[in-house]
Design a protein around this ligand. Sequence first.
Ligand SMILES: [Cu+2]
Length: 129
Amino acid sequence: MKSIRVGLALATLGAACAPLGLHEPGNADAPEVVNIVMTDSSIDVRPHLVARGKVGFELVNEGLLEHALRIVGPGADEQFDGVVPGQPRRVWVKLGVGTFRIFCPDGNHADLGMSSHLDVTDEVNSFRR
Ligand SMILES: [Cu+2]
C-alpha cells in the first residue's frame, strides 16, 4: 500500500513538470547542460529552457569555419573563442533568471543566422535544491 502512494506522488510530480516543457529534472546534484550545435549559418540551442545557476554548454561546430560563442543576459556576458569544427568542448557559465542571447560575435555571422536564445527560469529550483 505504501509503495502505491509513492508511485502516485512521483506520477503527480512528473505531470507538474510537463507543462513547463522542461527535460527530466534528474537528481538534485545534476547540473543543467545545454547542447549548442553550430553550422556556419545557424546555432541550435537545446533545450531552450533551463534552471538558473551553473549551466554547462556543450559546444559542437558542424560548420566549415572556426566560430566563437557569446552568451549575453542577466548577470553574464561571456565569450568563448576558437570553437573549431570537429572538436566539441564544454564550458560553464553561471546564469541568472531571464532571457540570454546566444550568438557568434565574429564578422556578420549573427546576421547570417548564428543567433539564438536561451530562457532561464527559477521554476525548477524546488526540484533541484
Ligand atoms: Cu561565426
